[in-house]
Design a protein around this ligand. Structure first.
Ligand code: DUC
Ligand code: ZN
Ligand code: ZN
Ligand code: ZN
Length: 483
């Protein structure tokens, strides 16, 4: 049985050309003119692009006293509805928990996924067990490791732990990732705001000014440099952080920045002069910023200093948000975006002339595939690649509304936004999961994708066992080169 996508224009991160695409056994088997298949999908007037990859989601994640509401079933369904065909979720061991133990928990949750997925492993504490678990992670295809520099007293790791873990990641040929906010300063500002009676959701934004992000990004980059490890900075939301990334890249360091679609299109006014629910629903970390920061993020995508647009999809219902009535620090942090990332970016990026369709593919799919060791299985329209594809109709319009979304929460932060550019078909390994908004996705169709450590292997400064003994200090081997 083969399927042919007919009469479309193939758009990859670097090429645009007219061709049909033939799919068999879940993979692309032929690309060329006038192909024939058992089933045909009409792509006239459409672009045929690699399905989106969102490398930053938190599905059914235990966090701040509750669980994020979208799980692997509803979250991946929302993804497919919006043209995204793969997510990379964060496997989050609680402090003290073994990495493999957490991994089996995540594998249990993801059984209902409707599109393919992988995980990043979070390093939330440090010890020999974690050191060993990291090698085991890589063996099981999880090659990227996330570190929280914020959430003091919960997920945050200190600089000594960060340095040790970064060296280990470098030694294993993986990618280090950071949530870059200075958790100590956030804790101080939070306590001060609450003591002064500022308990509303806008207090969340005041407690996390852009400087806390800029400081932590600079620090993480310097520590990564000393550890000789490539660094991916998640949810880059402000100029201070972007500036540090820009400078590092200019210096030849292997550092990437990831703005979120929320930060690109929504600003801090959402927190002010708004009712409590409206503002609390938009509480996430980092918070929405002013328009100057937004302009910096767009410039970064246009110039290539920022590499990937993600969502940090971590959706909480209004009832869950109300856990923070009277104390903003108890509002579960997180917003949704999986279903709207690609249409919103197309509307505000491509339709405005800021991004070309090829650049759109790069930042929604191919760059993430390359950084995280998935390319060209994912992120490509090429013979042999998985048929994770989106047939994109640039003329199709809708107004975003929570009443017509796949996400399981009761609102949408983009409510009322008009988008132009939507999927006609979304295909996950050759299956049509969505046709013009009508869902045909299947629970359990999604598969775990194991990844190879594809970064240049930098020699770690030392080994764990040697940490307590005096040792000669070596420079880490290979200076990072620019990508
Ligand atoms: N930020 C959020 O808003 N939610 C999940 C975790 C994070 O860092
Ligand atoms: Zn984060
Ligand atoms: Zn996150
Ligand atoms: Zn299938």
């Amino acid at each position: 049985m083969s399927t042919v996508i007919r009469n479309g224009t193939v758009v990859t991160h670097d090429l645009t050309y007219r061709a049909d695409v033939r799919i068999e056994g879940g993979r692309i088997v032929e690309i060329g003119p006038d192909l024939k298949g058992d089933t045909e999908l009409d792509a006239s007037g459409c672009y045929v692009m690699p399905g989106g990859i969102d490398p930053h989601t938190h599905l059914e994640m235990p966090f701040m006293g509750t669980y994020s509401t979208d799980d692997f079933a509803s979250g991946t369904r929302a993804a497919l509805a919006g043209g995204t065909t793969m997510v990379i979720d964060f496997c989050l061991p609680s402090p003290g928990q073994g990495l493999m133990d957490a991994l089996s928990m995540w594998h249990n949750k993801s059984g209902r996924a409707q599109c393919d997925y992988s995980y990043h492993m979070a390093i939330t504490w440090w010890g020999e067990e974690v050191f060993d678990g990291m090698a085991e992670s890589v063996k099981r295809g999880i090659t990227s490791f996330k570190h929280f520099m914020a959430y003091k007293g919960a997920l945050m790791v200190n600089d000594d732990e960060l340095f040790s873990s970064f060296r280990r990641v470098g030694d294993l040929g993986g990618v280090a990732m950071v949530h870059a906010e200075n958790g100590d300063v956030v804790a101080e500002l939070t306590a001060k705001l609450l003591a002064e009676g500022n308990s509303g959701p806008e207090g969340h934004a005041y407690s996390r000014p852009s400087q806390v992000e800029g400081e932590a990004t600079n620090r993480a980059i310097m520590i990564a440099d000393m550890a000789g490890v490539p660094l991916y900075v998640v949810h880059t939301s402000c100029e201070e952080s972007h500036e540090a990334i820009r400078r590092a890249r200019q210096q030849g360091k292997r550092v990437w920045g990831e703005p979120l679609i929320q930060h690109l299109t929504l600003d801090e006014s959402e927190y002010f002069n708004a009712d409590w629910d409206h503002a609390a629903r938009r509480v996430m970390s980092p918070p929405f910023r002013n328009k100057a920061h937004q302009a910096s993020l767009w410039a970064g995508l246009q110039s290539g200093s920022l590499s990937v647009v993600a969502t940090d999809h971590c959706a909480f219902s209004t009832d869950q948000k109300r856990m923070g009535l009277g104390d903003f620090s108890k509002i579960p942090n997180g917003t949704g975006g999986l279903e709207d990332r690609m249409p919103m970016l197309w509307t505000h990026g491509v339709n405005t002339g800021r991004l070309t369709p090829n650049e759109f593919v790069a930042v929604t799919s191919t760059n993430a595939a390359k950084i995280f060791g998935l390319y060209p299985k994912k992120g490509a329209v090429a013979v042999g690649a998985d048929a994770d594809l989106v047939v994109w109709d640039p003329a199709k319009e809708k107004t975003i509304s929570a009443t017509r979304q796949e996400s399981a929460i009761d609102y949408n932060v983009f409510e009322g936004h008009k988008v132009k550019g939507l999927p006609r078909f979304t295909l996950t390994r050759g299956h049509v999961a969505c046709h013009d908004g009508e869902m045909r996705a299947k629970e359990g169709h999604g598969q775990f994708v194991a990844r190879e450590p594809n970064m240049p292997v930098n020699r770690a400064l030392t080994q764990w066992k040697a940490l307590t003994a005096p040792r000669p200090v070596e420079r880490s081997g290979i200076p990072a080169t620019g990508v």
